[in-house]
Write a protein that binds this ligand. Structure first.
Ligand SMILES: Nc1ncnc2c1ncn2[C@@H]1O[C@H](COP(=O)(O)OP(=O)(O)O)[C@@H](O)[C@H]1O
Ligand SMILES: [Mg+2]
Length: 301
């Protein structure tokens, strides 16, 4: 059975890949519509690269399926429908950047002109440089040019900015913005929250081989957001705290209570009414960072 609707840019259906006891990808379903820019966000070991590899036909699922505009991954790669920038793709050290791009361009029926691919990746000035002489960040952007040269409809990037300094990273995302503004589909893996927040329309949060949350950044944040109240409350029990209005979850540790709130005003009023001895009260907002930690920590034990 295939749940992927026709016309989807990417359809991932019941995807699994195990390495011995490690369930690297443990049942993923995902449909990406044309034009979506999706961040695959998750901590190290979450299964992002394993997913990306199967999407590109570099490894075979144990079960489930992947399609790219209805094609099998290998066919999509061969036809240039999907392009990729991988974490550790090697470059020939003695070839120049221009030669390297030209070599790869020759594999495709309708490649971009080399100069254009370089320009889009923001590395036009490196055309004559030998690949062995590139800095880490430059190498990443040359890989980006390689990913663009087939003029793909779907671009997949695995932690594209890892080796980049701040300025290079900014240039990279500027180039990406231009690319995505033409309506292309992008899936990028990252463990940088800020990148997901800033550049993706949609965030798919992975944890231990599964999708832990899927939605806009705002939606992801809302699943764990709100505010947190901490206070010293003598004699308070978790059961009584959890049922306070406005409280989603409660915890008591070393005499201090922590309330995760959906409505901190209501929670605070109720807390003070029922526990008038509450003292040392603090209220903090939950950021995306906290949301990320909460979502990736749950059930990992
Ligand atoms: N070739 C492999 N052999 C054995 N284990 C692997 C292999 N590739 C990945 N893993 C394991 O699968 C899990 C997911 O890895 P990976 O997909 O690389 O995560 P991520 O890219 O999110 O950091 C990790 O526990 C990793 O150690
Ligand atoms: Mg990875």
């Amino acid at each position: 059975m295939n749940a992927t609707p026709p016309g989807a840019a990417v359809g991932i259906d019941g995807l699994r890949k195990h390495f011995g006891d490690v369930r690297a990808v443990d049942g993923i379903d995902l449909v990406i519509a044309p034009g979506e820019v999706v961040a695959l966000l998750g901590p190290n070991g979450a299964g992002k690269s394993t997913t990306v590899d199967m999407l590109l036909g570099l490894s075979k699922p144990d079960s489930g399926s992947v399609t790219v505009f209805g094609q099998a991954p290998r066919d999509a790669v061969r036809s240039g429908t999907i392009g990729a920038m991988l974490q550790d793709g090697a470059l020939l050290p003695d070839a120049t950047v221009g030669e390297t791009i030209a070599l790869v361009a020759a594999l495709y029926a309708k490649p971009l002109p080399v100069a254009k691919a370089l320009d889009r990746a923001g590395v036009a000035d490196l055309v004559g440089r030998r690949c062995g002489k590139l800095s880490g960040g430059q190498r990443q952007r040359v890989r980006f040019a390689l990913a663009l040269v087939s003029d793909p409809d779907v671009l997949v990037l695995d932690e594209p900015t890892v080796a980049m300094d701040v300025e290079t990273r900014r240039q990279f995302w500027r180039a990406m913005r231009e690319y995505t503004s033409t309506g292309r589909t992008v899936l990028f893996a990252t463990h940088y929250l800020e990148e997901a927040e800033e550049f993706a329309d949609r965030v798919v949060l992975m944890r231990a081989g599964k999708v832990a949350a899927d939605g806009s950044v705002a939606q992801i944040r809302a699943t764990v957001s709100g505010r947190t109240i901490t206070a010293v409350v003598p004699g308070a029990e978790v059961g009584a705290l959890r049922v306070l209005p406005g409280v989603r979850d409660a915890e008591v540790r070393a005499g201090r209570i922590t309330l995760a709130c959906v409505d901190s005003d209501a929670a605070l009023r109720a807390l003070l009414t029922q526990f008038p001895l509450a003292s040392d009260i603090e209220i903090t907002a939950v950021g995306l960072e906290d949301a990320f930690l909460a979502l990736t920590a749950q059930e990992s034990a």
